[in-house]
Each structure stands twice: as structure tokens, then as C-alpha cells.
Write a protein of this length. Structure first.
Length: 615
């Protein structure tokens, strides 16, 4: 199939018509040649500006294209520095390890400046780094050419909690040669801690009877390739177990841990613990030993835990010591009573004879804080720090039948004040029972209760008084005395805190002023600060810390009153009751007391006595 295209030419008449139309538009100019059309030449300035805009647009396009080309990695990678940390995935606590921090310039442009900071956990003990750090754990590297690399080798020991994990981190700050700003990259390595160089083995009796002496033993061994230092072995004692002795001795009196300065590679350390279970013990009881490292702050980092279990068979005599309703550690205020109860039961199948109870009061190296003249020992006999009850005073203790019970109640009265330098402000209580005979079998078995601690709260106390004259007779008030209607009289209020046993924290005295009493804003305090809130009308004295060495501390402020006719013949209330509270830093108990409201009676001001009634 063929396709032909024919172009029709205009006829002669059509040409004449077109020419006539053009003349109609452009006129009868004879010089106008309708067969040619010429473009009129524009302004040279316009042409130049158009060309300039075009050049600038082309330059911008090239610049943005180059930037996108660089950022997209066509010319070089967007992260020219490649960093990583190579090291073991699992580590042994206490064993030396090494890891390597690598860095490489994978770009096409040199790196002009490069620095690294290494973040290590507190449990890591650094032994060596190659190359050495420029300062602390910071390295300043030489410029790094394209395709060049480097590494830092770090060696040391993790003394970590087992099981656990540790992480090291390297932070790089660098600047490529063709940039004016810094970039950052971070590499990290996480390692699991699944074992320790320390091994522990604990042994103990499978069975025992309440009161019988038994010994537990634990052995610690250093399986590492180097000497290890600063170890601690501690035992989680059952509350019903009483320690008699240990070999070696505990590191601190009253503690249940042993510090080992160093243990050579392959060396062993054995610790023996001897004691007995108290009358409250029964069933299978675990004895747990733990071994760990001590860091610079003496924090225990556990490495091993071993446990042995002992079946405790109950004794024939069951007894408890209750002090003020509890057999747990507690606090008491000076001058209060310590009510003691010894409750006992014969749980055996035979009659017991010749029973005695001994209350051991351990005040350490100081004397007891009791007033024995007002105490009731209920037939007990005191010798030094032991009070004993036996059949000579309590006939029920001569023979105790099966299932028979009894109670011995006594009272110890604490002194109202003590000298903490010579008298104990805390002591332990423990009862020991001795059975002379069970049935036809003569025995001298001694059983004890679990000891507990009694702590005496500090004697911090607030007293308050208002005065017109001070103790030397000098006036500290002003105005009419006695107070008179429509005349102003000022008085001085004294607050005194006394304390001697323990340091106090967060001490405060607060009181609200009656509405008819004015705050004069004349105030002074030996310690802390006194303030007045005009909205609540509350006067406050706050002392953040108060040392026991400061036996008394004083604050005072002035108040004023203008009596009205209705006050005639009356005493005026100058302050409402004052509340005092503080925290005993030794017992962690809140100490609280309060004072009565103060009036113009001024009972402590001898010169103002009888001059408090309004006239």
C-alpha cells in the first residue's frame, strides 16, 4: 500500500486576496516587501542580563549536582572512616583479656584530624594500651591518608559481676581534608561474663539438733593465671544461727565476712564457721557463702555463690525472748521501760528438770544504761551483764512436764540521761537456756535464742520560753509591763534544742503566731535559720545538720502585742504550741516533742513575775 501526499499551491486569485489583507493591516507602504519578515533587534542590556542569568543558573546546577554527587557516594563514601572493636564474645571475670580498636579511611580524601576517646566500665582494670593514650583514655592520631588504617590494642582485667555483661565503646571525632567541620563515629563491643577465675566449695552437716555446735567450711581457689587481690568472702546467715567462732576470725567485729588481701594463682583459702541453731530453728535450713571482688569504693562484686543445707531437728525445750512486743531489732527512748517476756514450752516426751535461763546483755565495752533501782527483775539475779533465772527463785523451773508452758516477765528501766562516752547507747539481748536433766538422762545442753539489737534514740529536745528580761536582768523586751490597753509591749521568745547522744539531721521547730501577735522581725539563731511566713503566720527554725558535740543550740525572736479592752485582767497568749522534730542519724528514727503555748505570765522570768495580766 502506498501513501502519497500532495501539497496544494495557492492560486493566483488567492495570492491577490492575501496581499490585499496584509495591506489592510500594514497600510499602502510601497517599500514594504510582504515576501520577507525580519525580527526587530532587542536591547543590548536585556540580552546581557538574560545571558548572565543563564550562566548563574548553570553554575548553581553544577554545584548542587556536585554536592548530591558527593553525598550519594559517587565520589567517595558518606562515612569515610570505618571503625570497629575486635575482642572475645565471652570473658572470664578476673582473667586478663585484650581487645583491638580498628579504624580505616575508606574514602578518597585524606582525614586531616582524628581523635578517639575510649569508654571503659568501672569494672575494667587497665593494664596496657598500645599506642599509649595521649591523656587519660583519649588518643590524638596522626592524619590518615586515603586507604590508610590503624589500631589501638587495649589489655586489662574485668572484675565483673557473674553472670553479667560488659560493654566497651570507642568514640571517634574526625575531619576530612575537604571539610571545615567535624564528624563523629562510634564503635562498641558487648561481652558476656559467664564465669570467674574464683571457684568455691562449701560443706556442712546434713543434720543437727538445736543447740548442738556444728561447723561449716568453705574453700576458695584462684583458677586464674595471675595473682588476684582484694577479695571478700561473706556468709548469708540464717536468723536462727548463732556464731561461736570462725577460723580465721571475721574481718570486723560484729560482721560476717572475711577479707582476703591476695590469692596467688592456684592458691586456696579455707574458712571455717562454728556455731549452733537457736530454739526457733526447724526443718531444712540453707547456709549460703558468697565470694567476690572489692572495688576501690569497697563495693562487693559477687563472683560465686555456694549453698549447703542442714536439717535442724527441734529441741525438747522451745522458748522465745520478747522485748516490748517484738523479738526483732528495735529502738527505745531514754527513760522508757523495756518489758521482757521469756515464754517457754516442753515439747519433748519426758519431764525436764533443773532449767535455768540467762539473759545476756551485751553493751560492748561500755556500761549498761539501766536504772536497776526501778527495774523489776522478777526473781532474776544480775551478775555483771547477765541476769539469771533458776529454780532457786522460780520453783516452776525445777520441773517442767511434757507440754507444760511458762512465762517470766521482767522490766528494765532505761536511765533518763546517759554519758555516751561511758554508757552504751545500744546493746544486744539474747537468752540462753540450760537443761540439767531430761527424764532419767542427765544433760547440760545449752540452747540460745537469736540475738537482737536495742538502740537508744538520741535525747534531742526543744524547750521554749518567753521573757521580758534575760537571765542577767537586762531588758530584752520593751514597752509597758504589765501590758496596758492600746500600748505596745514586745517580748522575746527563746527556743533551745538540747542533744547529746547522736547527730541529728533535718531538725525543725515550727509554731504559728496568734492573729493578735505581731512579728517584729528581730531574730537570731546559733545554727540554721529562723523565718516567718506572713501568709500562714508560721515561725520556723530549720537546721540541716546538728552535731552531738553541740549540746545546746539557741534561737530567739521578738513579738509584740497591743492589748484591747477585752484583754483587761487576762494573760495574753504570745505563741501557740511549738512542734519539734529531727531524724536521729544513728537509729534513723524520727524524734518528736512539743512545748506548751507561751503567755505573758512569763513563769521563768523572775523580774517579770506577777506582771503579765493586762491593765
Amino acid at each position: 500500500m502506498s501513501l502519497s501526499l500532495r501539497i496544494k499551491r495557492p492560486t493566483k486569485n488567492e495570492n491577490k486576496e492575501l496581499e490585499a489583507s496584509l495591506k489592510t493591516i500594514y497600510g499602502d507602504d510601497e517599500n514594504l516587501d510582504m515576501t520577507k519578515i525580519e525580527r526587530r533587534r532587542g536591547s543590548k542590556l536585556t540580552s546581557f542580563l538574560l545571558r548572565l542569568v543563564g550562566v548563574l543558573f548553570l553554575l548553581a546546577l553544577v554545584s548542587w549536582g556536585g554536592f548530591i554527587w558527593w553525598q550519594s557516594g559517587i565520589s567517595s563514601p558518606s562515612q569515610p572512616l570505618k571503625v570497629s572493636i575486635e575482642g572475645p564474645e565471652a570473658i572470664t571475670s578476673g582473667s586478663a583479656i585484650c581487645f583491638k580498636v580498628r579504624y580505616e579511611n575508606i574514602g578518597r580524601v585524606p582525614i586531616a584530624s582524628l581523635a578517639m576517646s575510649l569508654n571503659l566500665p568501672e569494672t575494667f582494670v587497665l593494664k596496657e594500651a598500645k599506642p599509649a593514650a595521649t591523656e587519660n583514655l583519649n588518643w590524638t592520631m596522626s592524619p590518615l591518608g586515603a586507604g590508610s588504617d590503624g589500631a589501638v590494642d587495649v589489655c586489662g582485667t574485668f572484675r565483673s559481676l557473674v553472670p553479667g555483661s560488659e560493654k566497651v565503646q570507642a568514640v571517634f571525632i574526625y575531619r576530612p581534608a575537604n571539610f571545615s567541620s567535624d564528624f563523629q563515629d562510634i564503635a562498641g563491643l558487648t561481652m558476656t561474663v559467664d564465669k570467674s577465675i574464683l571457684a568455691e566449695e562449701t560443706t556442712g552437716p546434713a543434720e543437727t539438733v538445736v543447740g548442738d555446735p556444728i561447723t561449716y567450711s568453705t574453700k576458695i581457689k584462684n583458677n586464674g593465671t595471675e595473682k588476684t587481690e582484694n577479695l571478700r568472702v561473706r556468709v548469708v546467715l540464717p536468723t536462727s544461727f548463732t556464731i561461736a567462732s570462725s577460723e580465721p576470725a571475721v574481718s570486723e567485729v560484729g560482721s560476717v565476712y572475711w577479707d582476703i588481701p591476695a590469692l596467688e594463682t592456684g592458691a586456696e583459702q579455707t574458712i571455717g564457721l562454728t556455731g549452733s541453731f537457736t530454739g526457733s530453728a526447724s526443718g531444712v535450713i540453707p547456709m549460703v557463702f558468697e565470694t567476690g571482688f572489692l572495688n576501690a569504693e569497697k563495693t562487693f562484686i559477687k563472683q560465686t555463690e555456694t549453698k549447703t543445707e542442714t536439717k535442724v531437728m527441734g529441741g525438747e525445750l522451745s522458748f522465745t525472748l520478747i522485748a516490748n512486743g517484738s523479738d526483732k531489732d528495735q529502738t527505745i527512748d531514754l527513760g522508757n521501760r523495756l518489758r521482757l517476756s521469756i515464754n517457754y514450752t516442753n515439747q519433748g516426751q519426758e519431764t525436764m528438770e533443773d532449767i535455768s535461763f540467762a539473759l545476756e546483755i551485751n553493751p560492748g565495752s561500755k556500761s549498761l544504761p539501766f536504772n536497776l533501782e526501778t527495774s523489776d527483775l522478777a526473781g532474776g539475779v544480775k551478775k555483771e551483764n547477765i541476769i539469771t533465772w533458776n529454780k532457786s527463785k522460780i520453783t516452776a523451773l525445777s520441773s517442767l512436764a511434757t507440754a507444760a508452758t511458762g512465762t517470766i516477765d521482767s522490766t528494765l528501766v532505761l536511765a533518763s540521761s546517759i554519758d555516751p562516752n561511758t554508757v552504751a547507747d545500744s546493746f544486744t539481748l539474747q537468752i540462753k537456756a540450760t537443761i540439767g536433766k531430761i527424764g532419767s538422762s542427765v544433760t547440760s545442753r545449752t540452747i540460745s535464742t537469736t540475738p537482737f539489737i536495742i538502740k537508744i534514740n538520741s535525747d534531742g529536745k526543744l524547750t521554749a520560753e518567753a521573757r521580758y528580761y534575760d537571765e542577767d536582768g537586762a531588758p530584752v523586751g520593751s514597752g509597758s509591763l504589765p501590758p496596758k490597753v492600746d500600748e505596745t509591749t514586745t517580748y522575746r521568745v527563746f527556743w533551745t534544742i538540747s542533744n547529746s547522744l547522736h547527730d541529728l539531721s533535718s531538725s525543725s521547730a515550727t509554731m504559728s503566731l496568734p492573729t493578735n501577735i505581731a512579728w517584729v522581725n528581730n531574730v537570731q539563731a546559733d545554727n540554721g535559720s529562723v523565718s516567718f511566713n506572713e501568709t500562714t503566720r508560721q515561725v520556723s527554725w530549720k537546721i540541716p545538720t546538728l552535731s552531738k558535740d553541740i549540746k545546746t543550740t539557741l534561737a530567739w525572736f521578738d513579738v509584740a502585742v497591743v492589748p484591747i479592752t477585752g484583754d483587761i485582767g487576762k494573760f495574753i497568749t504570745l505563741t501557740n504550741p511549738t512542734a519539734f522534730e529531727a531524724t536521729d542519724t544513728a537509729t534513723n528514727e524520727l524524734i518528736q516533742n512539743s512545748t506548751d503555748a507561751l503567755t505573758t505570765a512569763l513563769p521563768n522570768d523572775e523580774l517579770a513575775t506577777g506582771k503579765g495580766v493586762v491593765e
